[in-house]
Design a binder for this molecule. Structure first.
Ligand SMILES: Cc1ncc(C[n+]2csc(CCOP(=O)(O)OP(=O)(O)O)c2C)c(N)n1
Length: 432
């Protein structure tokens, strides 16, 4: 494609895309992917999650009047496309470098980053706060929280959902479901999402039951009863059941790479009153084959060759701190059957994955749930086990109270292995 005719060159801010046709938006999505691949392959950074969220980013900024309407991204590692169309294209290559763009969301960086992020699970609570403030002011602005499926393992997410169902305001939650965390996803709720849904059973049932309903003989009572039966039945086989029981209206699932479907759905959702959850299915790594095939490896990358997907810098002979930790833990756990390993969704990052491969029955990945990881360890310690809790230092802030209350004050033997304790600057975050 001729660089001079690129649509991306015409886009400085989201308002520039609102007059685009679907065809143009699709072209823009392809150009954004090219740009993200080109920049991240040079400077490294988070990668696969942004590739999966390109169309979602465009649809949101197309339908909602940002920055007046608020889009609250959870975690922020998937927001490179958002940065590109929100005035920061010229600085994308500085991302995660000293004095460069933040790798996550930053209120200092842009008025489009309405809530700073980096730690997972904050979007629903923050967005609900904005909705409530808006209601007190009598404003009509819309507030959308965009949360990925991994964040459904975070306790804070449920505190937000629970409160939202109770307050019953017009909060829109977009669930970006790519069926992954960094590592394979874990937890009862995620298996609920995948088992019940990705089989397509829900979609087929919805279609079949709706057809059946259409062909029923006339008679309002009969139709009403049949509709209720359809909805209750669907509730049992789609994740809608989970969210509806928390007070949300559930919409979806929709194809997160189909701009037309997403735009129509979001336009409709804008008119719904009360808390609404839109379930969007996306593919992590979309548009770059090596990342689609290995989304875990391409979650965050060092510079790589675009043609092969291979890292530019080969790994040296010296083992990393993470490898030494992982090997040592396996050795110690092999010698002592009381030793167990615990991670909070960071198995590969912390090196606990080595223990998971060697002694899976004594390794626990509890999801993005640091607080739970610490108290869970305390519980095991009361029974004579020696839990080794490996958590990046920044995320263990979540479990600080639990360290004091559920481990220290109770004089329990829990080993904390704090990873990535000393390499972070404000903008250069090596966390994940
Ligand atoms: C409190 C906290 N713990 C751990 C992390 C590290 N982390 C960053 S992204 C991520 C996975 C998020 O999965 P998901 O929300 O599904 O997003 P995806 O990467 O699949 O798009 C994790 C565990 C974090 N950012 N915050």
């Amino acid at each position: 494609m001729d660089k001079m005719t690129r649509l991306l060159d015409e886009v400085e801010l989201p308002s520039d895309i609102r007059g685009f046709s679907i065809e143009q938006l699709n072209q823009l999505a392809a150009e954004i992917r090219e740009e993200v691949i080109s920049v991240v392959s040079e400077v490294g950074g988070h990668f696969a999650s942004t590739l999966g969220a390109v169309e979602l980013t465009l649809a949101l900024h197309y339908v909602f009047n940002t920055p007046e309407d608020r889009i609250v991204w959870d975690t922020g590692h998937q927001a490179y496309a958002h940065k590109l169309i929100c005035g920061r294209r010229d600085r994308l290559a500085t991302i995660r470098q000293l004095n460069g763009l933040s790798g996550f969301l930053s209120r200092e960086e842009s008025e489009y980053d309405v809530f700073g992020a980096g730690h997972a699970g904050t979007s629903i609570s923050a967005a609900l706060g904005m909705v409530e403030a808006k209601a007190l002011e009598g404003s009509n602005r819309k507030v959308v929280a965009v949360i990925s499926d991994g964040c459904l393992s975070a306790g804070l997410t449920y505190e937000g959902l629970n409160s939202a169902g109770h307050l019953d305001r017009d909060l829109i939650v977009v669930l970006n479901d790519n069926e992954h965390f960094i590592d394979p996803r874990v937890g009862a709720v995620s298996s609920f999402l995948s088992k019940q849904f990705t089989t397509d059973l829900g979609v087929r049932l919805q279609k079949n039951l709706s057809n059946l309903l259409r062909n029923l003989p006339s008679g309002e009572n009969l139709k009403h009863a049949a509709r209720k039966l359809r909805d209750s039945f669907l509730g049992l086989v789609t994740p809608g059941f989970l969210f509806e029981s928390l007070g949300f209206q559930y919409v979806g699932p929709i194809d997160g790479h189909n701009l037309s479907e997403m735009i129509t759905t979001l336009e409709n959702v804008k008119k719904i009153e009360g808390p609404t959850l839109v379930h969007v299915m996306t593919k992590k790594g979309k548009g770059y084959a090596p990342a689609e095939e290995e989304p875990i490896k391409f979650h965050a990358v060092t510079p790589f060759h675009v043609l092969t997907g291979k890292a530019k810098k080969e790994k040296g002979p010296i083992p990393t701190y993470t490898e030494v930790f992982g090997q040592s833990l396996v050795r110690i756990a092999s010698q002592n059957p009381k030793v167990v390993g615990i991670t909070a969704a960071m198995g590969s990052g912390t090196g606990i994955d080595r223990l998971a491969r060697e002694i899976p029955e004594r390794t626990y990945d509890v999801g993005i749930a640091e607080q739970h990881a610490v108290t869970f360890a305390g519980g095991m310690a009361t029974e004579g086990f020696i839990p080794v809790v490996a958590i990046y230092s920044t995320f263990l802030q979540r479990g600080y109270d639990e360290i004091l209350h559920d481990v220290c004050l109770q004089n329990l033997h829990v080993v904390f292995a704090l990873d990535r304790g000393g390499r972070r600057t404000r903008t250069n975050c090596n966390i994940c």
